[in-house]
Design a protein around this ligand. Structure first.
Ligand code: SF4
Length: 77
């Protein structure tokens, strides 16, 4: 599974990081980004910054995508 965030629609409520902090984090710009192996993929963000998700984090990522207020967390299987 891979995941990315469309920051254009991120509300900044940080729910994704609460649900799955291994994969999501919020930066000083108030928007959330995905992480891979602890590195934040914020350059450039969006679909060009897609993170591979370990099996142990897949449930958390799915829950975050389901609950994301901006509907801007996208999963690619
Ligand atoms: S849950 Fe969605 S809207 Fe909320 S901070 Fe994360 S990406 Fe942004």
């Amino acid at each position: 599974m891979k995941v990315w965030i469309d920051q254009k629609y991120c509300t900044g409520d940080n729910l994704c990081e609460e649900l799955c902090p291994a994969i999501f984090t919020q930066l000083d710009d108030g928007l959330s980004y995905v992480k891979q192996d602890g590195a934040v993929l914020d350059k450039p963000g969006g679909k060009l910054s897609m993170a591979a998700v370990g099996a142990e984090h897949e449930d958390g990522v799915r829950e975050a995508a389901d609950q994301c207020a901006g509907e801007c967390i996208f999963i690619e299987e």
